[in-house]
Design a protein around this ligand. Structure first.
Ligand code: GTP
Ligand code: SPV
Ligand code: MN
Length: 589
């Protein structure tokens, strides 16, 4: 029997790097995580004793815990996120850049002795199924027990990572220290040439769960370019027809724009016998397979999802998923040890503690739950987890979908003409900003392929990589664009969304199988009313459908002008194919 915290690897490279970082950070203890249940119990007990976690009502929420982050540390911080590639050009104009040596010096300076009086946890984790050629190993060193317990949910954490790595040493090196959570000393720095991440001064989500945005997307996109695959901010789902036919799609929507909801969709009663299965809700790694199709895995093993608005109408599968074994961050706390948030099932509580720990009543002006409050829940809790979610081969993708949050201009759905046109539609995607990142909520910005905050290299080169991938995929997926968020002149939503998005998904699936019609429009192939099932939709007829699908030339000329800004900023690396696409679009408007 080993003691908790004893080292379980003999990998020399890991041991010597951990030694080096231990000398730098000078923790009182080094705790090597193995991923066991006993270890979880030990760490959870300690976190509760220290007040880092609050044990929730175990009758209502078995295995669930509650955490409040520092009020200045509630979302990703894009202004503190750096890509420290060798040259500024390689990071490109959409990323913050600093010379790697300078940044190492600054951050190692901040880390020096930073863990005195603390424990350094060594967190080995595997992104992707064991034995998959697409999977990657990372080691995160952290002084946050909250990070350890969250990583345990979000990634395959523990000895399984050493097993996948075997004798190799191509693991990602991640160093995280909270410091004193001072926003002026907050940096999330990536060093693609060294496969290294250093994160200091935060203890929240995407800033510190290094497997997620830092490794799986920013470093991941750099590895993907080098190795010939795609690392994307996409959900993956499987649609099963009543006859048992299974079609997989992957969709890129920006942060807090509906990936988790779409990935767990429950078809409305009208779609009897149809079923949607979740492979992943946030990140997708894709590679051409031996049959010439694109195969995708979800590198994660849990969901770090937006809580507000989650209820049994909007997302019943999420409600079940987060009913046990879940860590809740920044929601409201009820007197009986239950949790609450705006948009939860049931009545508004008469009184509770808000996400900051202050007394809250329905008269309070502020929200009880932070708009970016989140759950971390294991994917095995999901009642519609796809049976292939753990398949090392991945699942074959028939459609890629891009979609932003757009109150105007963008129709509900269109299909692009071909791969290059699809890349153009993804590259020029716009979306209104959300609470997932600090600042700017509601403002429209370009968020190419939902990767603006996550692409680890020059965005123009990223578009080029997408165009090049076409030649490596014999049977490419079709590419679509959707918008669940269009409103009319009075600001009323034109589309009910959530489960009703099945109607759009069905058209997409039928297009992939070549069995439903469409009409050529200036944007691409769009459904005619007779191609699109609206039966059973409340107060929704041909008039609403036409409004949703309307393409206003005036709005589109403005749209193209706004796309120009991104293209101009990327002029040094922008593939000319995308300029030609823009010209073709203008000529069709
Ligand atoms: P990240 O985890 O930040 O990457 O976000 P996500 O893309 O997974 O977003 P999520 O599914 O958590 O949705 C975020 C917000 O969008 C929630 O407030 C949802 O209620 C809302 N939302 C999701 N789907 C729909 C939809 O179809 N229609 C409308 N109107 N809102 C939606
Ligand atoms: C996002 O912002 O896209 C998220 C949440 O998925 S976080 O992990 O905090 O980045
Ligand atoms: Mn995300």
């Amino acid at each position: 029997m080993k003691n908790p915290g004893e080292r379980t690897t003999k990998n020399k490279e890991i041991i010597s790097w951990v030694d080096e970082m231990t000398r730098l950070c000078q923790p009182d203890h080094v705790f090597w995580c193995d991923g066991s249940e006993e270890e979880k119990d030990v760490l959870t007990t300690e976190a509760v004793a220290k007040g880092i976690l609050i044990k929730l009502n175990q009758e209502k929420l078995p295995g669930c815990y509650y955490h409040r982050s520092h009020p200045n540390d509630v979302a990703r911080v894009e202004q503190c996120t750096f890509i420290c590639s060798e040259s500024a050009e390689d990071a490109g104009p959409t990323n913050n850049w600093a010379p790697p040596q300078e940044m190492y010096q600054k951050l190692y300076g901040l880390c020096k002795g930073a863990m005195k009086g603390r424990t350094m946890y060594v967190v080995p984790y595997l992104m992707g199924p064991l034995g998959s050629p697409l999977s990657k190993v990372g080691i995160e060193l952290t002084d946050s027990i909250y990070v350890v317990l969250s990583m345990r949910i979000m990634a395959r954490m523990g000895n399984i990572a050493y097993e996948h790595l075997a004798e190799r040493n191509d693991f990602n090196r991640g160093l995280h220290t909270m410091l004193d959570l001072n926003p002026d000393r907050r940096y999330i720095a990536h060093f693609p040439q060294d496969n290294t991440i250093v994160s200091v001064g935060s203890n929240y989500g995407g800033n510190v769960l290094l497997g997620k945005k830092c490794l799986a997307l920013r470093i991941g996109s750099c590895l993907a370019r080098k190795e010939g695959w795609l690392a994307e901010h996409m959900l993956i789902l499987g649609v099963e027809s009543p006859a048992g036919e299974k079609t997989y799609v992957a969709a890129a929507f920006p942060s807090a724009c509906g990936k988790t909801n779409f990935a767990m969709l429950v078809p409305p009663p009208h779609f009897k016998g149809w079923k949607v299965w979740t492979v992943g809700d946030d990140i997708c790694w894709m590679k051409p397979g031996p049959d010439g199709r694109l195969y995708a895995i979800n590198p994660e093993s849990g969901y770090f999802g937006v809580v507000p608005g989650t209820n049994s109408k909007s997302n019943p599968n999420a409600v079940k998923t987060i009913s046990r074994d879940t860590v809740y961050t920044n929601v409201a706390l009820l007197p009986d040890g239950d949790v609450w948030w705006e948009g939860k099932d049931g009545p508004v509580p008469k009184e509770c503690l808000d996400w900051k720990g202050n007394k809250w009543t329905p008269e309070s002006k502020e929200k009880a739950a932070h708009p970016n409050s989140r759950f971390a829940a294991p994917m095995v809790n999901n009642p519609v987890l796809d049976p292939q979610a753990d398949d090392p081969k991945g699942v074959p993708i028939s459609a890629l979908i891009f979609g932003g949050r757009r109150a105007s201009t963008m129709p509900l759905v269109f299909e692009t003409f071909d791969w290059i046109h699809g890349v153009y539609a993804g590259a020029t995607m716009g979306s209104e900003m959300t609470a997932a990142a600090a600042g700017g909520a509601g403002q429209l910005r370009r968020d190419p392929m939902a990767m603006l905050p996550f692409c680890g290299y020059n965005m123009g080169d990223y578009f080029r990589h997408w165009l090049t991938m076409r030649k490596r995929i014999k049977n490419p997926p079709r590419i679509f664009h959707v918008n669940w968020f269009r409103k009319d002149e009075s600001g009323t939503s034109l589309w009910p969304g959530f489960g009703e998005n099945m109607r759009v998904l069905k058209w997409i699936v039928d297009r992939c199988h070549g069995r439903i019609g469409a009409v050529e429009s200036s944007l691409g192939w769009t459904p005619r009313l007779e191609d699109f099932d609206i039966t059973g939709l409340d107060r929704f007829g041909p008039e609403q459908f036409n409004k949703l699908q309307a393409i206003e030339a005036k709005e589109w000329k403005q749209e193209v002008t706004s796309q120009e800004e991104l293209f101009i900023s990327l002029h040094a690396t922008l593939p000319k194919e995308l300029l030609f696409q823009k010209e073709l679009l203008l000529s069709r408007l």
